[in-house]
Design a protein around this ligand. Structure first.
Ligand code: PEP
Length: 254
């Protein structure tokens, strides 16, 4: 019988704004072929242009899914350039990143907007992967727990416990994203434990025990094992290393 931690496992790659259609399809095909059968979900969070083709590539693979990197906070209508949850669902998408630090920092995404995006994801049967984490200044001022608690409150204050069962969390300290600097396993575990106790206080122990909490920030084949063996770290959100099939597969296997 699998443990609670085994049931929570998931690894997602965030391709960001990389790879044209052919390169993305080649990458996904290679990962799917080499990965074989996965016991837990593996997700490619790809640019929107890839999603239709990706759903074909992952449809016969066991436990491999496509995910978007953003979703509109609106259902439909006059929102030029936006992509709705219904549209993502219609091309076979299963997951969507919400609140990545690059969108918070460079696209002005606020707590209210992110809460609306989470609602749109859930309304369209997409699993939001909600990203949060402190900046370097905030960590140096010992504010990481306060910042994380605020971001969680902003994202989820409007949800109840049943809705929370369809959400994945990703702790990504901004100072570790794309920098090559990884949070130490102890630093990451401390925040993951804090997040689980926040979930417990707000939504009860069933949500706290079953919610998948990923770590993201310069995860590599060489550090994945130690990070993922922490009791409250259930897997990873992988940026740069998800573009290299061998590295991504090594991280999934960790
Ligand atoms: C990310 O973009 O979500 C991320 C974790 O990037 P990297 O792994 O490159 O730090």
């Amino acid at each position: 019988m699998s443990t609670l931690k085994e049931k929570r496992r998931l690894v997602a790659g965030n391709w960001k704004m990389n790879l044209d259609l052919k390169a993305g399809c080649d990458l996904a095909t290679e990962v799917v072929e080499q990965l074989g059968k996965s016991d837990f979900p593996v997700v490619f969070c790809a640019p929107a242009i890839h999603l239709h083709a990706l759903s074909d590539i992952v449809k016969d693979a066991s436990n491999v899914y496509s995910g978007a990197q953003d979703i509109s906070s609106h259902e439909s209508g006059a929102h030029t350039g936006e992509i709705s949850g219904g549209q993502l669902k219609s091309v076979g998408c299963s997951y969507v990143l919400v609140g990545h630090s690059e969108r918070r920092a460079f696209h002005g995404e606020t707590g209210d907007l992110l809460a609306a995006k989470i609602s749109q994801a859930l309304a369209n049967d997409l699993t939001p992967i909600y990203c949060f984490g402190e900046t370097l200044d905030q960590r140096q001022a010992d504010q990481e727990e306060e910042v994380v608690a605020r971001q969680l409150h902003e994202g989820f204050a409007h949800l109840d416990a049943p809705a929370m069962k369809n959400v994945v969390l990703a702790y990504e300290p901004c100072w570790a994203i794309g920098t090559g600097i990884t949070a130490s396993p102890a630093q990451a575990q401390a925040i993951h434990k804090f997040v689980r106790s926040w979930l417990n206080e707000r939504f009860g122990d069933s949500v706290a025990n079953t919610t998948t909490i990923l770590y993201g920030g310069s995860v590599k084949p060489g550090n994945a094992n130690e990070l993922f063996s922490q009791p409250d770290i259930d897997g990873g959100l992988i940026g740069g290393a998800s573009l290299k099939p061998a590295d991504f597969i090594a991280i999934v296997n960790a």
